[in-house]
Design a protein around this ligand. Structure first.
Ligand SMILES: [Ca+2]
Ligand SMILES: [Ca+2]
Ligand SMILES: [Ca+2]
Length: 219
């Protein structure tokens, strides 16, 4: 009876193994801004600012906050630990973050860009997001996320080969901050994370268990 139950559980695990994530790069801003910067571009003049660290009210607790300072556009820019080879997440992972803005124009939306050697891979969120509440955005590193790629002559639909190539050697990562034309808005960021999906430990144990049971039953 015990074996029957175990086999049934194992069969469930094989048909739909529970998935968990391994974080390849992550900032939760529990203690500080984790070396993130704000990159402002005013008519080609790039200036870096340090975002504010807000200790409470994020997803959860600590998070970044930045109030617009120039008529140019600003982005949250990741530190070095978001650079490098993340190709293990291609087709089996992605990037997520929690994002909030107090003023969002109809033609503005959150998004993330990953760069390699000037080639830009672009993931875009939805228009019309509610203001002043957190939104969880998650872009899988596959064609389901609608990635665009800009090779220097405008954005076009990205292929898996484009995604693979950029993720092999990411040298810059930026998340949208500017959401309003005019020096008016504030935006907030929490939990930027590059992740891979792996079977949960419980599912793995059941798979191993199934392997132990099946030979015994054949004897
Ligand atoms: Ca946090
Ligand atoms: Ca601005
Ligand atoms: Ca603005």
């Amino acid at each position: 009876m015990k074996n029957v139950l175990f086999a049934a559980l194992a069969a469930t695990a094989i048909s739909a193994p529970a998935m968990a994530s391994t974080y390849l790069a992550h900032s939760n801003y529990d203690n500080d801004v984790d070396s993130w910067k704000v990159r402002d571009n005013l008519s080609g003049n790039v200036t870096y600012f340090t975002p504010s660290w807000a200790p409470s009210g994020g997803v959860p607790t600590g998070h970044l906050e930045f109030a617009d300072v120039t008529p140019g556009g600003y982005l949250f820019e990741a530190p070095d630990h978001f650079h490098g080879d993340f190709s293990s997440a291609v087709g089996n992972g992605g990037i997520f973050f929690d994002w909030k803005a107090d003023m969002i124009m109809d033609n503005k939306r959150p998004g993330v860009s990953l760069y390699r050697d000037g080639v830009r891979l672009i993931g875009l969120g939805s228009f019309g997001l509610a203001e002043s509440q957190w939104h969880h955005l998650d872009f899988a590193f596959d064609l389901s996320a609608g990635w665009l790629v800009d090779l220097g002559n405008g954005a076009q639909t990205a292929t898996m080969a484009d995604i693979q190539w950029v993720l092999e050697d990411v040298d810059d990562l930026r998340i949208v901050g500017e959401t309003w034309t005019g020096v008016s808005e504030t935006t907030w960021l929490d939990n930027p994370t590059i992740y891979t999906n792996v079977p949960a430990p419980g599912a793995l144990a059941l798979l191993v268990g199934a392997g132990l049971i099946l030979p015994r039953r054949r004897r």
